[in-house]
Write a protein of this length. Structure first.
Length: 144
């Protein structure tokens, strides 16, 4: 098995783990918002949110980035296609989303519920849209 394919497999595995965290974090915020009056429920949700971000989402994002950069180092010709630059823009959107999740977690932990339940539900859809775009870009490689 080639090094490139092994790194690509690790990139995909870490990406799946990253997206699992991104898909779930705002769902937890929906529950947190729904149970804002229950100190017991909030305490449990705060632990779940913190562990999801710190033990799964952030490490998986770092691994995804490292393996992705490694793939580019092994095959720099990929950088000649416009599709990869569009894909990388979406990756930066995901890092922004992840950071917004971190900020939201900290504010919710302080009982600063600055987002409504509906806003949390709507925000929860962003990673799905980005995933669709990234997969189509990586598979179809439009624009060379």
């Amino acid at each position: 098995m080639s090094l490139y394919l092994s790194i690509k497999a690790l990139h995909l595995i870490s990406m799946v783990c990253w997206f699992a965290g991104l898909f779930y974090i705002f769902r937890l915020f929906v529950y947190h918002r729904m149970k804002a009056e229950s100190a017991e429920a909030c305490a449990l949700l705060e632990v779940m949110e913190r562990k999801l971000l710190n033990y799964i989402t952030v490490p998986a994002s770092i691994a995804t980035l490292i393996f992705g950069l490694w793939l580019l180092a092994l095959n720099p010709a990929l950088l000649h296609g416009a599709w990869i630059w569009v894909k990388l823009c979406f990756v930066f959107v995901l890092f922004g989303y992840q950071d917004f999740s971190r900020v939201t977690r900290k504010r919710f932990a302080k009982r600063d519920f600055f987002l409504s339940e509906k806003a949390c539900r709507m925000t929860n859809e962003l990673p799905t849209l980005v995933l669709i775009a990234v997969v189509f870009l990586a598979v179809l490689k439009p624009w060379g």
